[in-house]
Write a protein that binds this ligand. Structure first.
Ligand code: ATP
Ligand code: MG
Length: 214
């Protein structure tokens, strides 16, 4: 996997109006897969940056505070992954999406999750973000279950792009978060499969970005 042909870093945002839909888990693991492929990766935490931006608003700080979007063009990295907060306001969501080469919208394969993605996609569309620049990602999916098929149909019906690869549901993701490690470093039989899911997701993301930017 290489991103070397670009002049600046490739930027992948992980966003969505809803909380708890695996944005952080996705950002961490895409960053992890790329770093394992010898890419220089920055994970920009949307949460943390916003606090310092608010602090700098009055212009009294003796240093520059850059919004996460400016950070995204930092030259020292091959890839910047933006982890955003659940329920960012529309302006911020659009700012992220316009900066990113691709914005991933993770969703569980149920009505709740899909509603959230549909609302997020509406905001992106209204803000002029082209449909090849965002994509839903099905997460917490039971392999071989009907829910994934139904969810894909639902997304397709609403003209929302969705990645072919998806991420299975497994408690090892929580174990990984609790241990502050990547899922591949959790000692459980299922962990390797979970890591492979994100390897496939990441490969598809990179392929898609290269296609759009070609
Ligand atoms: N594939 C998965 N299978 C099972 N649990 C998962 C999976 N991915 C994430 N989780 C769990 O779901 C919860 C929410 O995940 P995460 O924190 O990544 O979501 P988020 O969208 O970043 O949430 P927030 O809106 O609070 O930032 C966590 O407990 C996480 O461990
Ligand atoms: Mg999060």
């Amino acid at each position: 996997m290489t991103t070397a042909s670009r002049s600046g870093p490739l930027v992948i945002a992980v966003a969505g109006l809803k909380g708890g839909i695996a944005k952080t888990t996705t950002a961490i693991h895409i960053a992890g897969v790329l770093a394992s492929a010898q890419q220089r990766v920055l994970l920009a935490d949307g949460d943390r940056i916003r606090t310092s931006t608010a602090w700098a608003r009055g212009g009294h700080l003796p240093f520059t505070v850059a919004p996460v979007t400016a950070l995204a063009r930092a030259r020292d990295y091959d890839v910047v992954v933006l982890d955003t907060e659940g329920g960012p306001d529309n302006t911020e969501l659009l700012e992220f999406a316009r900066t990113a080469d691709l914005t991933l919208l993770p969703t569980t394969p149920d009505i709740n999750g899909l509603d959230g993605v549909a609302q997020t996609a509406d905001i992106l569309r209204a803000g002029g973000v082209a449909s090849e620049r965002y994509s839903a990602l099905l997460t917490m999916v039971r392999p071989g279950g009907m829910k994934e098929i139904q969810a894909r149909k639902g997304l397709l019906g609403q003209q929302i792009p969705v990645l072919r690869s998806s991420v299975r549901i497994s408690e090892v993701f929580r174990d990984a978060a609790n241990a502050a490690v990547l899922v591949k470093d959790v000692r459980a039989d299922i962990a390797a499969k979970c890591w492979k899911d994100y390897e496939a997701v990441t490969a598809e993301v990179i392929a898609r970005v290269m296609e759009v930017n070609a």
